[in-house]
Design a protein around this ligand. Structure first.
Ligand code: GLC
Length: 616
């Protein structure tokens, strides 16, 4: 059974009773209560906080549009929907993909052609003027960036997409606001209520004391974790850029504010939230202030609150941390996030590809099996951020991390054309670059070449794993880096803009043209999605369990919990290899090509992969 079993009684399959009193009867409410008492127990106002939370939930529930309530009922009735294969997500910056929200709506045909089930436009709420870290400095959570459209456009887009079977997933930049947000503005004007929404230290000594334990995220472009602000008369906690002010979740008002934002956007039709920078939500002296127990508890409280007022909405943890710190985001004895980025496996895949050796991927995949069944991994190859080698430090020796960083960052020879990115002292530098450049497509652009084969391999693996595959805009047509970002004063300081190009719609025109690079990749991506969805009917299910296939370059895993077993072999090296497979005398069919394997050997070309199921 999936998330929320205990709340799925016969009566809660209908809409839960509205009104404050009704809300307080359900099991989800008791989770809200325990989590908030745990986090805010010492706070004088915890009971009044609970009153206000229940009132907010009652209002949200009462105003939930009928079609969304219908979706709530459907997903409640099928709690396992989250683990269905092939729910691909497509992620992009709205302006770079489609210009605006209306433009995005007009690209629905492209998205349907690709076959994705979700879209994740990167942050699109009203940002601060000027540099906003790609929209991750929000000035108003209830307005859309005017350059992209309006809240009405967002709602209309959500409806259009929903009718096409595509869910809308939005960032909720919950760890910080822009310095220009009304809360920060009021705080700067001296309003003490709002000053307490942020974390302000009085003197340099205190700052130095805290800095000892903290790790810089952007050590070159934003060194330190505090920013002196004359109007605040203190040092404001700013984990990321100086204009991104960390919120003070020790203040329960902040929790409630953000809950209300979630409820508001959920009722506009948003079907999922990417909880940006989730590990940073709770600060504790003497620690790195990442992945604290309270951060996990707050996420569980949000989850339980949404179970009451908008249960079809999913939460995605953006926690690019060591696997052991990511896993608790799925929840403890109660569900937390429904999804989390599988950054461990993603990073390991790149490492394994550099070495032509699957050992590291097998190791991390084995550890990733500890995920509770209530959640699903978001499997990916690239995203809008840098590739962070250090998040793999618990699973790979420092020498390996450094070597992979050097290979992909262009310091050591190899196929990659990526570049190194800033990283806190002592760590292996992160890497920037599109999938196309990290796989060497610039040097080897042939649709049948090795670089294209690497892209196909990586995306073929992430579609075969359990969980949701994420497609980063442009990878489906082999889109390369944007080397011009350095000419733009607003972007040139942040190397991540290298892999945030404009969509190339001319190139995308080739997607139906056989023999072209874009045509070949697009049809492969499309097929991966279709075949992954077909696995549901084939009866293939359960987590991807890695095993040693006896050939170091071969990543092998099985999914064994359904009616049929699927065995995947992926050759991470350029050299062909033959695997002796152990499935006995069964005749196996490659779901990707329809090819039949009836002997004990499976021959794989360089970078080849097969998804084998038994037809019996
Ligand atoms: C997340 C985003 C990243 C951003 C940071 C601060 O890690 O993915 O792009 O810079 O949060 O909001």
């Amino acid at each position: 059974m999936g998330r929320g079993d205990d709340v799925l009684t016969a009566e809660t399959l209908q809409r839960p009773p509205s009104g404050d009193a009704g809300i307080r009867q359900g099991a989800a409410w008791s989770v809200v209560v325990t989590r908030l008492r745990h986090v805010y127990g010492g706070h004088a106002n915890v009971e009044s906080l609970l009153d206000r939370v229940s009132r907010s939930l009652a209002t949200a529930l009462a105003t939930r549009p009928q079609d969304l309530a219908q979706l709530d009922a459907e997903r409640r009735a099928d709690p396992d929907w989250i683990s269905a294969s092939g729910q691909a997500v497509y992620t992009f910056y709205t302006d770079r993909f489609a210009g605006s929200l209306k433009g995005l709506a007009s690209r629905t045909a492209y998205l349907k052609d690709l076959g994705v089930r979700w879209v994740h436009p990167l942050p699109l709420l009203k940002p601060r003027p000027g540099d906003s870290d790609g929209g991750f400095a929000v000035a108003d959570y209830r307005q859309v960036d005017p350059a992209l459209g309006t809240m009405e456009d967002l709602s209309a887009l959500a409806t259009t997409m929903r009718q096409e079977g595509i869910g809308l997933l939005l960032d909720i930049v919950s760890n910080h606001t822009a310095r220009e947000h009304a809360w920060a503005q009021k705080a700067r004007e001296g309003d003490l209520r709002y000053r307490d929404y942020y974390i302000v230290l009085n003197d340099e000594r205190e700052v130095a004391d805290r800095e000892k334990d903290l790790i810089d995220v952007f050590p070159d472009t934003a060194p330190g974790n505090f920013t002196w602000d004359a109007e605040m008369g203190g040092h404001v906690w700013t984990t990321f850029y100086p204009f991104q002010w960390d919120l003070n979740y020790a203040n329960p008002e902040v929790f409630l504010e953000m809950l209300e934002v979630l409820l508001y956007l959920a009722n506009q039709g948003v079907q999922g939230f990417r909880l940006d920078s989730a590990p940073f939500l709770w600060k504790r002296e003497g620690t790195t202030s990442r992945n604290q127990p309270e951060a996990y508890a707050l996420v569980e409280a949000w989850r339980a609150a949404l179970d009451i007022a908008a249960p079809s909405v999913v939460l995605l943890a953006e926690a690019i941390e060591s696997l052991d710190d990511v896993l608790p985001f799925f929840g403890s004895d109660q569900p937390g996030c429904d999804l989390a980025y599988n950054n461990g496996v993603m990073t390991a895949l790149w490492g394994g590809l550099a070495d032509g050796d699957a050992t590291i991927v097998r190791r991390v995949m084995t550890a990733a099996l500890a995920k509770p069944k209530t959640g699903a991994w978001l499997n990916y190859v690239r995203c809008h951020d840098d590739l962070i080698w250090n998040a793999l430090a618990a699973y790979a020796p420092q020498d390996d991390l450094q070597r992979w960083s050097n290979i992909y960052g262009g310091v050591l020879p190899g196929f990659s054309e990526g570049r190194a990115f800033q990283t806190a002292a002592g760590g292996a530098p992160s890497t920037n670059g599109m999938t196309a450049s990290l796989t060497g497509l610039g040097r080897d652009p042939a649709p049948t070449g090795e670089a294209a084969a690497r892209i196909r391999l990586l995306y073929g693996v992430i579609h075969a794993l359990d969980g949701w595959p994420l497609i980063y805009m442009g990878d489906e047509i082999g889109l390369g880096d944007d080397r011009d970002y350095e000419c733009d004063p607003m972007r040139r300081a942040d190397g991540r803009w290298l892999h945030r190009p404009m969509m190339d719609w001319n190139l995308a025109e080739d997607r139906g043209v056989p023999g072209t690079l874009a045509g070949s990749l697009f049809s492969d991506f499309k097929r991966f999605g279709e075949r992954a969805r077909a696995l549901n009917e084939e009866g293939v299910g359960g987590p991807a369990e890695p095993f040693d296939a006896g050939e170091p370059s071969v990543l092998a895993f099985r999914r064994i919990e359904g009616r049929r077993v699927m065995t995947v072999y992926a050759n991470l090296a350029a050299r062909p290899v033959v695997v002796r497979q152990t499935a006995g005398s069964k005749v196996l069919r490659d779901v990707l090509t329809g090819g039949i394997f009836d002997g004990p050997e499976v021959a794989l070309a360089g970078y080849d992969l097969v998804w084998l199921v038994s037809d019996q």
